[in-house]
Design a binder for this molecule. Structure first.
Ligand code: PEP
Ligand code: MN
Length: 341
C-alpha cells in the first residue's frame, strides 16, 4: 500500500509515519516529488491494522497496491526515473542509443565499431562477452578478454559500455570493466542472478523474456530493486508468437503499457525483435514515436562475417543513415539524441 501525504506535509509528519511503519517491522520507501511525498509500505500490511494511519497528521489518503510488484510500480514513484550510467543517463528528455556488435570478436572489431557508432551519435557501446547461444557449439564469447576490450573502448571513446552476463561468475568479472550489466531474455527469470544484480548495485538493463508477460517482466525487475538497486532500465526485444517472417514479434505496446505501470525507463531493441537488418530502421523510428527512452541496435563492421547475429546487424553506413533519420522522430517526441548533445 502507499500513503499519499498532503501537499506541504511537514517533515515531522512524514517521519512519524515512517517510524510507525518501521516499528511494526515493515519497510517504508519514500518518494519525494515536487508536490507531494509518497510513502510506500512493503511487508505484511495486516501488521498495520488498528494503526489508524489515515487519521495521522499530514496524511491525505491510503491507496492499496494490488500488483505484486511494488517498488517498480508507478503508484510508488509517479515521476519517471532517470538512471545514471557512467558518463551518461537513460530517462525522459533524451534518446539513448546503445549500439555495437552482438559479440565482441576481437580488439580491432570492437574499437572500429566503437569509433563508428560514437561518430554517428550513439552514447553507449554494446558488445557481448558471454553469449547465451542456442547451440553449445556456437561461438560463446571472449569472456574476460572481451570485457577488457570493452573497457579499452570506453576509455578511448568516452562511451558508456554495456555487456550481458549469464552467471554470477560473469557478473563479478563484468562489474570491474563495464558501466552497465545486461540481463538477456533467456535469463529474465533467473531469480538468483537477478538478486545478485540487485546486490551488485551496478546499473542493469533487463530485457524482456522470450515468452514473458509484462507483469512477469516487472516482477523480475522487482527482484533487482528489492535488493536495493534502483538503477534499472527495461528493454523490449520482441516475444515469441506464431509469426515466422521475423525472429520474434516486436511488442511495441509494451512501451505505453510500461509507461503506465512503472516509473522505470524503457528502451526497444528492434535488432533481436526482427532478426532482419532491413526491418530495424522502421521499427526503431516507431519505437521512438511510441515514447521509448532509447534503442539498442546491433552494428558490425562486416555483418556477413559476424560470428553471431550478422543478418540483423547494420553496417556502419546503415547505422549512420538511421541516426540521421531518427533526428526528427526524437525531436517530435521532445527528446535530444544523447550522443549528439
Ligand atoms: C543480445 O543482446 O545479444 C541478446 C542475446 O539479446 P536477447 O537476450 O534479447 O536475445
Ligand atoms: Mn545478438
Amino acid at each position: 500500500m502507499i500513503i499519499i501525504m498532503k501537499p506541504g506535509a511537514s517533515k515531522e509528519a512524514v517521519r512519524h509515519i515512517t517510524d510507525l511503519i518501521e516499528s511494526k517491522g515493515l519497510t517504508a520507501h519514500l518518494s519525494e516529488g515536487t508536490q507531494v511525498t509518497i510513502v510506500g509500505v512493503v511487508g505484511d500490511k495486516t501488521l498495520l491494522a488498528n494503526s489508524n494511519l489515515e487519521l495521522a497528521d499530514g496524511v491525505d489518503k491510503i491507496v492499496p497496491v494490488t500488483e505484486s510488484y511494488k517498488l517498480v510500480n508507478k503508484k510508488f514513484h509517479p515521476e519517471p526515473t532517470t538512471v545514471q550510467v557512467g558518463p551518461t543517463s537513460v530517462g525522459p528528455n533524451t534518446l539513448t542509443v546503445m549500439a555495437g556488435p552482438c559479440a565482441v570478436e576481437s580488439r580491432e572489431q570492437l574499437m572500429e565499431t566503437a569509433f563508428a557508432v560514437k561518430k554517428a551519435g550513439a552514447n553507449f557501446l554494446r558488445g557481448g562477452a558471454y553469449k547465451p547461444r542456442t547451440s553449445p557449439y556456437a561461438f560463446q564469447g571472449l569472456e574476460e578478454e572481451g570485457l577488457k576490450y570493452m573497457k579499452e573502448a570506453r576509455e578511448a571513446t568516452g562511451l558508456a559500455v554495456i555487456c550481458e552476463v549469464t552467471s554470477q561468475r560473469a557478473l563479478e568479472a563484468a562489474a570491474k570493466y563495464v558501466d552497465m550489466i545486461q540481463i538477456g531474455a533467456r535469463n529474465m527469470q533467473n531469480f538468483e542472478l537477478l538478486k545478485e544484480c540487485g546486490r551488485a548495485g551496478i546499473p542493469v538493463l533487463l530485457k524482456r523474456g522470450l515468452a514473458a508477460t509484462i507483469d512477469e517482466w516487472l516482477n523480475a525487475a522487482e527482484y533487482i530493486i528489492s535488493e536495493g538497486n534502483h538503477n534499472i532500465v527495461l528493454c523490449e526485444r520482441g516475444i515469441r508468437t506464431y509469426e515466422t517472417s521475423t525472429r520474434n514479434t516486436l511488442d511495441l505496446s509494451a512501451v505505453p503499457v510500461i509507461r503506465q505501470k512503472s516509473h522505470l525507463p524503457i528502451i526497444v531493441d528492434p535488432s533481436h525483435a526482427t532478426g532482419v537488418y532491413s526491418y530495424v530502421p522502421p521499427l526503431a523510428k516507431a519505437a521512438v514515436a511510441a515514447g521509448a527512452d532509447g534503442l539498442m541496435i546491433e552494428v558490425h563492421p562486416c555483418p556477413e562475417r559476424a560470428l553471431s547475429d550478422g543478418p540483423q546487424s547494420l553496417t556502419f553506413s546503415n547505422f549512420d543513415g538511421l541516426m540521421a533519420e531518427l533526428e526528427p522522430y526524437a525531436k517530435l517526441s521532445g527528446r535530444t539524441i544523447a550522443g549528439k548533445k
